[in-house]
Design a protein around this ligand. Structure first.
Ligand code: IPE
Ligand code: MG
Length: 232
């Protein structure tokens, strides 16, 4: 979700105003995904590199995160949304960690949209923590070296129980992955838009979905093979 700061600056407003507007976009997009019956939505809210921002901005983002969770969890729960967080939680305040834990526990059996919020997340961190976990199991003789393959590593990653993402959307004009779901994006369709995150709305999502629908996904096969399978 990129472009909050530029959205604010272009209106002569301070950056926090852009972040607050960004929260409204989150609400709209979650709603639009529910309407489209999308199975899972993962939002990159705060990367492990975002700590390098000015202290005041980091603390504003943490406050906004806390107040948004306090305000939104009731209605997410009422709408059947399953909320969860990925990323290293250890540096967060106890208050924020408790809120995250409680939202997860409260919504874990919900049947609707599976909403994941990546906070203090990094794709490399995710792969490294999976490797550490596997190494520990080898050391404890629960696993043999020969058991380690891509499938096993994938199972240790944060989103192991979700299907691999079909579509990746980056707003704000940048064409980078920026350490998001590195492993999981192997076959994901990438979509980049200049729209700044606070301007992203239902229509923007529908445009991204339409672009996705026009693409042919081959997963290493030839176009002819895929068409034969689809025709069968
Ligand atoms: C993304 O918007 C929001 C977060 C990282 C929380 P930015 O803050 O990166 O906005 P720009 O890139 O400065 O416009
Ligand atoms: Mg940015």
């Amino acid at each position: 979700m990129d472009g909050n700061g530029r959205w604010a600056r272009s209106r002569g407003m301070p950056r926090p105003a852009g972040h607050r507007e960004g929260v409204k976009a989150v609400r709209r997009v979650v709603e639009a995904c529910r309407k489209q019956q999308i199975e899972a939505l993962t939002l990159f809210a705060f990367s492990s590199e975002n700590w390098r921002r000015p202290k005041t901005e980091v603390s504003l983002l943490m406050d906004l995160f806390i107040s948004t969770l306090q305000k939104e969890v009731d209605s997410l729960h009422a709408n059947g949304v399953q909320v969860r967080f990925i990323g290293d939680r250890t540096p967060f305040s106890t208050k924020l960690r408790t809120l995250m834990d409680n939202s997860e526990i409260r919504t874990q059996d919900n049947p609707g949209l599976r909403l994941t919020i990546a906070v203090n997340y990094g794709g490399r961190w995710d792969i490294a923590q999976a490797a550490r976990e596997i190494a520990a199991r080898v050391q404890a003789s629960e696993l043999a070296l020969d058991d380690i393959d891509a499938d096993l590593l994938g199972k240790q990653l944060s989103l192991a129980d979700l299907p691999e993402p079909d579509l990746f959307i980056r707003t704000g004009g940048e064409q980078r992955i920026s350490n998001f779901l590195l492993w999981q994006l192997a076959y994901t369709e990438l979509y980049f838009t200049d729209t700044l995150w606070p301007d992203f709305d239902e229509q923007s999502l529908l445009e991204a979905l339409a672009s996705f629908a026009r693409r042919q996904r081959r997963f290493g096969q030839t176009g002819d093979q895929v068409e034969r399978i689809q025709g069968a």
